[in-house]
Design a protein around this ligand. Sequence first.
Ligand code: HAM
Length: 416
Amino acid sequence: MPERFKAPRGTFDVLPEQEPVRLRIHSASRRALEAAGYGRIETPVFEDTDLFARGVGESTDIVQKQMFTFTDQGGRSLTLRPEATASICRAYLEHGMQKRAQPVKLWTDGPFFRHERPQAGRYRQFTQIDAEAIGSDSPLVDAEMITLASDILTELGVPGVRLLLGSLGTPATRSAYLDELRDYLRSHEAELSEEVRDRIDANPLRAFDADHEGTRKVMADAPRLFDRLDPEDGAHFEQVREHLDRNGVAYELDPTLVRGLDYYTRTVFEFDCERLGAQSGIGGGGRYDGLIEQLGGQPTPGCGWALGVDRVALALDQQREEGERAEPARDGVFVVAGDDQRANALALVTELRRGGVPADLDLAGRGTKGQMKQADRVGAQFALILSDDGGATLRDMTSGEEREVDPSRVAEEIRS
Ligand code: HAM
């Protein structure tokens, strides 16, 4: 026997029974974003490789290790999009959106691709909902963005969500700060764990996350990036925080928040769901005031986020499994027909559907008993049993109550 195919490593199928929760995430997001003036944009799932190399950053893991890159028949290097921000900024420039009223607020959703090591919550094809506001450096934009994401997660009822907030300042501030931090760590080398000591050059920020007692003591007095921000960046961050406080959005300041993309300046944030274990990041974003210029445009500020739909769905599913599983609401009619009535059954189902009543029928040659079982299985609210004399019985599947009805008046009967 030939070997059967499986979905490629790191990808998965979404089956009908897994759809409702994802649909809920999409609908809640769309509603919130469109009510706040965000317009939907769709961009291609592949772009010039250079767009991501330049946009996301040559030195990031995403560009160095995780891109699905291929050469097309014309010899062009293309890459399946690993994220949306670079593509949306490209579209902003390509369509002259700097001439529209600023900021331009855009959102999108769809599949994204990163060649990561698959594990629970980490996939090679995953789904994001992404929002971007391009053309304003006001801290109101950062606060509006963060509030929207937070409200969407609250409305969905995602349990155990934490919002981590930080500010990176400018690239120059950051690199000066990292040098200062390295010097500080070197001056305390003897007190640090071996792991932290080995990574002073490569990743000094890691020291903030250490569990090691001595390291923790050293880090309590370590310089923090917040305290090294330029006065303007510091004031911007203060205002973002004040707006969030006024909106009642709770956050934890995280002096070590670094994101896996190079374009961030000033505000950065991440939403974590503690229930999810290792892959707990359910969304994140920040400001990217240098990106548009990097892509060949006039200097233009921007700010945005992306929510990980698959991880939010995992968190909601987990919660549902822990709690009571609610009986789904029954809906629609299942038409039960003997052999002589099958042709009438399809005509009747069609009429009901055209009239807006969800309706279904047996397509597998079941006997009457089997059809009643199927009516129950598909969650029909009523079974309509056609009899050979042209009459019909409407059975309420919950109460078992039955009454004779005229088959041509079923839609009205059900509505009443
Ligand atoms: P990101 O943090 O790389 O940011 O991704 C956002 C979210 O996408 C993550 O928090 C996570 O939930 C989900 N995600 C990322 N990679 C995977 C994966 N391999 N499997 C499953 N879920 C994943 C961005 O992509 C930025 N473009 C966000 C942004 C928009 N910043 C400014 N504007």
